[in-house]
Design a protein around this ligand. Structure first.
Ligand code: BG6
Length: 485
């Protein structure tokens, strides 16, 4: 009898992640085109809101395109990864990770985005990256598109609101499959697909009109085009390559402020719209009916064809992945607020928060793993998790980031518990393994890495790499897991 109820405790993959625009730099090397991230300026923070750096207007885009003061635009040089490739991969090897999550810069392969053939220099660069990772014995998890979109596609075609984007994206995807299909183990068509709802410039390439809110119909039309593009990538991928395909949401892990049923009802609605809608479409293959009343209330209308419906239904994701940084609180009554990944939320009196206001909650990771797995019954990948912190390079030339070790340790304990709960977890990716530029606030000094990069918010520094104390901790942890298995 007991054997019938044995939980699958197979070891999970321990990994680390970056994204091309936050890591590579070299924005003007190898014929790369300009992309949406290259135009985002660093603006000194006066509070924890990232709106001013995330929602770009036409004026801001035009000004940034003409501005050659590259230090003002942190993504242009990022962590200088393009020039530190071999060194960085040797650190990843030393760290002992099983898998590395990276993305390919769309504008490095297709500088404008609508060309028929790829940029040879781009192919050469990613040949180098992928063969170095293979040589190091590290599996690859590829985010096909992690935010950065060639700016030409945004200005000329209007970004993802235009259906033509699906074909441009598919051309990019096909190039990836043809060149590196043998080497990639997991694919993610889009990073945090719900980001387009909160951050339309980053997520779906929509430029903000001056002093006007975004048109919600355009936001949902754009998201729909991404859903279809994702389904088409899966359809093609399942024919051309061996890897598995996922979908990804930014997970907010909502709690009701109280046991008042009305707080709970509000939670159900917000969670549906902010989080579940996106993975429901991609993992289940159809639009959930709870969105219909939202669309009606908000006067949202957009085109969905019969062929789109077929594509979604027949090409659902093989696994579900999510980023997890903090939990959030929903309250009917106005309460004190704090920032989180992409959204502002209500403060939780039981939790501490980072300097950026993100509420640290390891148990929330276990809760989220359980909820996502029971909702979809598909294997789950934690594609991002980590601590953004202001690290200090001490007089002894080291970085003693005990707070990061504590954060990782507590989250890893909860992953272990979730496995024992019965959640089928494929792997874990520590976000920003090598310090990278923050996607929300464009800061270099909001560091996530176990490897320090000597550079400040204005691009001043040597870009020298230094292993932090957390590097040795994570290395030991992974070694321990290998011995246990
Ligand atoms: C996720 C993104 O939203 O969170 C990453 O996929 C990002 O690109 C990460 O870096 C952390 O957010 P931030 O704003 O601290 O960089």
């Amino acid at each position: 009898m007991k054997d019938n109820f044995k939980i699958n405790m197979k070891p999970i993959l321990w990994g680390a992640a970056t994204s091309a625009s936050q890591y590579e730099g070299a924005f003007d090397k190898g014929n790369k085109g300009l992309d949406t991230q290259d135009l985002r300026a660093y603006i000194e923070r006066t509070d924890n809101s990232t709106t001013s750096t995330r929602l770009l207007t036409k004026k801001m885009v035009e000004k940034a395109k003409k501005d050659s003061n590259n230090k003002r635009y942190p993504f242009r040089n990022a962590s200088n990864g393009y020039f530190h490739l071999e060194e960085d991969i040797s650190y990843l090897k030393e760290l002992g990770i099983d898998i590395y999550r990276m993305s390919i810069s769309w504008a490095r392969l297709y500088p404008r985005g609508d060309e028929e053939t790829p940029n040879e220099e781009g192919i050469k660069y990613y040949n180098k990256v992928i063969s170095a990772l293979k040589k190091a014995g590290i599996k690859i998890f590829l985010t096909i598109n992690h935010y950065a979109i060639p700016i030409y596609l945004v200005e000329e075609y209007g970004g993802w609101k235009n259906r033509k984007m699906i074909d441009f994206y598919l051309n990019f995807v096909k190039t990836i499959f043809e060149n590196w299909g043998d080497s990639i183990d997991y694919y993610l068509p889009f990073n945090e697909i719900n980001a387009g709802y909160f951050s339309p410039y980053n997520g779906i390439g929509l430029i903000k009109q001056d002093n006007k809110d975004y048109d919600k119909s355009l936001i949902f039309q754009s998201l729909h085009h991404q859903f279809v593009a994702s389904a088409k990538a899966i359809e093609l991928g399942h024919k051309m390559v061996k890897g598995k395909f996922g979908c990804m949401i930014a997970c907010f892990c909502y709690y009701p402020y109280s046991c008042n049923p009305l707080d709970n009802m509000k939670l159900v609605k917000e969670e549906n719209i902010n989080q579940w809608f996106y993975s429901d479409v991609l993992a289940r293959g159809y639009y959930p009916s709870y969105m219909f009343s939202f669309f009606e209330q908000e006067g949202i209308d957009f085109e969905i064809t019969k062929e789109d419906e077929r594509l979604l239904k027949e090409n659902t994701s093989d696994f579900v992945s999510f980023s997890y940084y903090q939990s959030s609180v929903i309250s009917l009554k106005e309460k004190e607020k704090t920032a989180g990944n992409l959204v502002v939320t209500t403060k939780n009196p039981y939790l501490d928060a980072t300097e950026w206001g993100w509420q640290i909650d390891p148990v929330g990771l276990r809760i989220s793993l359980n909820k996502i797995y029971s909702r979809y019954q598909k294997p789950v990948f934690i594609s991002e998790n980590g601590l953004g912190h202001r690290d200090v390079l001490e007089k002894d030339g080291k970085i003693h980031d005990t707070y990061r070790i504590d954060y990782l340790k507590k989250h890893f304990e909860q992953i272990d518990k979730a496995k024992k709960d019965g959640v089928d977890i494929i792997g874990y990716m520590m976000w920003g393994v090598i310090d990278i530029v923050s996607a929300g606030s464009c800061e270099m000094e909001k560091r996530y890495g176990v490897i320090y990069v000597d550079c400040d918010n204005y691009g001043n520094g040597t870009y020298k790499r230094i292993k932090k104390d957390s590097f040795f901790w994570y290395k030991n942890f992974i070694e321990g897991k290998k011995e246990d298995s």
